[in-house]
Design a protein around this ligand. Structure first.
Ligand SMILES: [Zn+2]
Ligand SMILES: [Zn+2]
Length: 450
């Protein structure tokens, strides 16, 4: 369909959107509020609220609320609406856990004052995309447009954007917003946001949906988000990363999830030069983790269940061991300073706990589900630690992008067209993948909608 020949082809339609005050959320994003309610703008500024990230309606002076004719103080609803421009978007979506992804046409709201519009060039294929599309975490909101390893070019900026410019090469990872008020958010760890809806994921909506949030709060005003398997994204400027010039855009894409997820765990547990580091699993996350650990100066040993991957790891300059090689594991007992498990499903970490030195830690960052039980005798006897880690903050993401550029490292990627996404999923599921698949999004303009 020629209609979608370019992102810039603003086949815009206007939609009427209710003022945010009409929504059940009592905690509002000041920027959205100000955009949504022009009449409230001056008052919010006057009250010094214009620059704070969020507002509580409860904190509005009653006299001021009383003076706002469009607010019904009983229900805190109003009749004010705002016309917003919608932009046409094309993505790949699935509407059921059992069906494959197909072309999907939808609309996004045009960039607001602090948002940027991004033409998607590349999007990495993460194992989470499969878990989510197939509802394996039992929380999928359909239709599901996955994709959270996005690299693209800025095509438009809102009038208050200062961090990015039209033409910049930028990235979007797992998050596109957070509550900005809780302790983790204030200390720059949005990925552990403790706000009522936690962080807003690039796809599948808030991490804590309204149905599970206190008082049913929906602080982001939406229950689903559509990710990077699409030709265009609109994202708040401070959740948009800068892609260093030294990185190829398609190589940068997987760093936005696989890279930062592994880096963040290593940073937290202070992996440094001279340490012995184990990486369990050698898929997308493991490949990235091994390279980062090596660039940090550590001695890296990769553990894989696939004998052929031992050879591949060796080719890339890593020591590698087949997980069920009991003799090899015995020789490595109590010798590791840090182990990172990147296996994306439930697995047994007891054999790896044995490999840790006293007081050392194994972090599970791949699997997000109940795990096989651990032998606490081994943990207690040597004060070893088992913990988890979830993606990484925006600051960590920028840090690892810059680190990869500086050390000239990146994931091994294989480009695919979007129409091959379903077979790519099957190959990833079978463990038969050597590299990170990255979708060349120019392929989305081909084919017709279903
Ligand atoms: Zn991911
Ligand atoms: Zn927060």
């Amino acid at each position: 369909m020629g209609l979608y020949s370019s992102v810039q082809s603003t086949h815009a339609v206007r939609r009427t959107k209710p003022c945010l005050i009409c929504r059940p959320a009592k905690r509002l994003d000041a920027i959205q509020l100000i955009e949504g309610c022009a009449k409230l703008q001056a008052a919010a500024r006057h009250l010094g609220m214009g620059d704070s990230p969020t507002l509580d309606i409860e904190h509005f002076p009653q006299s001021w609320l009383a003076g706002a004719p469009y607010i019904d103080r009983g229900t805190q609803s109003c009749s004010l609406t705002k016309d917003i421009q919608m932009i046409k978007a094309r993505g790949y979506a699935t509407k059921h856990s059992f069906s494959g992804l197909k072309p999907f046409d939808f609309e996004r709201e045009e960039a607001g004052a602090k948002e940027v519009e991004i033409e998607v060039l590349f999007c990495g294929v993460c194992h989470s995309d499969i878990h989510q599309a197939r509802n394996e975490w039992h929380n999928t909101v359909y239709p599901s447009v996955p994709g959270h390893e996005v690299v693209g070019r800025v095509t438009k900026v809102g009038q208050a954007v200062s961090l990015h410019h039209v033409g910049d090469l930028v990235g979007v990872g797992c998050m596109i917003d957070s509550c900005r008020q809780c302790q983790p958010c204030k200390s720059g760890e949005e990925n552990y946001c403790e706000g009522p809806n936690s962080w807003l994921a690039t796809y599948n909506g808030p991490m804590v949906p309204a149905s599970m949030a206190p008082e049913g709060v929906n602080s982001y005003g939406r229950s689903n988000t559509f990710g990077g398997y699409s030709n265009v994204l609109v994202v708040k400027e401070d959740f948009v990363l800068k892609i260093p010039k030294a990185l190829k855009p398609e190589v940068a894409a997987p760093i936005l999830c696989a890279g930062v997820t592994t880096y963040s765990a290593m940073k937290q547990f202070k992996v440094t030069a001279g340490q012995k580091v184990g990486i369990v699993g050698f898929g997308g996350l493991g490949n990235m983790a091994a390279k980062i650990a090596k660039a940090l100066g550590a001695e890296v040993i990769v553990f894989t269940s696939t004998p052929e991957k031992v050879e591949e790891a060796k080719k890339l300059g890593f020591h590698a061991v087949v997980e069920n090689d009991k003799e090899a594991l015995k020789k490595l007992k109590s010798s590791f300073d840090f182990i990172l498990s990147t296996v994306p499903q439930k697995h047994d970490i007891n054999p790896f706990i044995l490999l840790l030195k006293r007081d050392c830690t194994i972090v599970v960052c791949g699997a997000l589900e109940p795990m096989a039980s651990v032998n606490n005798m081994e943990l207690a006897a040597h004060r070893k630690r088992v913990t988890g880690s979830l993606i990484g903050s925006i600051a960590d993401t920028q840090e690892i992008l810059d680190f990869c550029a500086k050390h000239a490292i990146g994931p091994d990627v294989e480009l695919i067209n979007i129409e091959d996404i379903n077979s790519a999923y099957d190959k990833i599921e079978s463990g038969d993948v050597r590299f990170r698949y990255v979708i060349d999004m120019s392929s989305i303009n081909k084919g017709s909608s279903h």
